[in-house]
Design a protein around this ligand. Sequence first.
Ligand code: G6P
Ligand code: MG
Length: 217
Amino acid sequence: QLKAVIFDLDGVITDSAEYHYLAWKAVADELGIPFDRSKNERLKGISRMESLEIVLEDSGLHFSEADKAALARKKNELYLQQIKRITPADLLPGIGELLHGLRERGIAAGLASASRNAAYILERLEAGSWFQAVVDPGSVRKGKPDPEIFLKAAELLGVSPRSCVGVEDAAAGVAAIKAAGMLAVGIGDARLLGAADRVLSSTAELSVELLLEGFGP
Ligand code: G6P
Ligand code: MG
């Protein structure tokens, strides 16, 4: 029986995944490091500092820890400039209806985002009250693809992982959901998210009925 749906934020609830990409792209351009959307796929779901390591990996450049901290700060400043313009109209298609439908049926909603800006984005979207649990990424030791953040969300909601569906746009996130023993719905390119139980090309295709399907009659 479906008891809870645990959502990723960036690229699932709102299109902030695009803002992460633009901010990293600006940092990479300034350093003269090649960076494109295909490389960016590897950053999805990955923490800020781990993402920076991936951006810098083939550059042949060396940075001190202080330099790296400054680059991460710069990226976040650029990112904040974008997300401060988010409004409730920026919920991705179908998400508002889905959250509403889940509430009507007594199915809980949880948030499992690695982003330290997640609470701020929920505030901008005026969507915080739809979630009965929001995991603090600072409390998570191992990032996605480790299942920890999804397991923590289920624990906060007081439900078994087997009664949960996770929704993700990142390959690392889908891997984390599956490792947590949950059903996974991927949003995006089926070639990248093949490990999910179901892949949808857009959040507009999400519905309570579709999420219930994996749990049989
Ligand atoms: C999410 C995004 C990643 C981002 C991470 C940390 O997982 O998918 O692209 O790097 O959060 O976000 P933050 O806002 O803390 O830099
Ligand atoms: Mg995401």
